[in-house]
Design a protein around this ligand. Structure first.
Ligand SMILES: [Cu+2]
Length: 203
């Protein structure tokens, strides 16, 4: 009798542990999955900025073509130049097909990155890249839309640098988020993603 009782208690405890464990795993998977897809669906949105020619533009000006959207600043020591160089190389490889793609680099440092400064900076990279600036409020709104993190970091010399997200968002021609190109991804991986974005074969 006593032995059966102990076993019953043990089995009971195991069942409770299994149910709790299952609930935790289910809850995590459910939240994790839901969070991921919701976030993906929310990336992108309306913006109102100024291009490097000084022309006012909105997100609607870039619909009709797939787009790459990423953030940075011209004083960036390495991440931004590396990304812009990679994009310049990718556009060169795409040749004529690059004309079917919008590449938007949005400054997180509107204080220093005026349209003139951006135009000067862009002269080192593919001219098909568009660089955008705007009012601090409008830049912040765009950063929020694209889930970009950016923060001013003071330097010892009295100046400042910017911490920021280095991921490139891929948008389809309707302005919907379809994926990301991660910082320092192999060029071949990025190339394959761009081919898919443009509906090109896997050449
Ligand atoms: Cu940067």
């Amino acid at each position: 009798m006593r032995k059966i009782g102990q076993n019953t208690v043990r089995i009971g405890a195991t069942v409770v542990a299994l149910i709790l464990g299952g609930a935790i795993v289910f809850g995590w998977v459910y939240l994790h999955d839901d969070g991921g897809s919701t976030m993906a669906a929310e990336i992108g949105g309306p913006f109102s900025l100024v291009d490097h020619h000084g022309k006012s533009v909105t997100d609607r000006d870039y619909l009709g073509k797939p787009a790459l959207v990423f953030f940075g600043f011209t004083n960036c020591p390495n991440v931004c130049p590396a990304t812009l160089l990679e994009m310049t190389n990718q556009l060169k490889e795409l040749a004529q097909d690059a004309d079917r793609l919008n590449v938007l680099f949005i400054t997180v440092d509107p204080e220093r990155d005026t349209p003139q400064q951006l135009a000067l900076y862009l002269s080192s990279f593919d001219p098909r890249i568009t660089v955008l600036s705007g009012t601090p409020e409008n830049i912040l709104a765009a950063e929020k839309d694209y889930h970009n993190y950016a923060k001013k970091v003071p330097l010892e010399n009295g100046g400042y640098t910017m911490d920021h997200t280095a991921t490139v968002a891929m948008m389809n021609s309707k302005g919907q988020y379809v994926g990301a190109i991660h910082y320092e991804a192999p060029s071949a991986t990025t190339r394959a993603k761009l081919h898919r974005l443009l509906g090109l074969g896997n050449s």
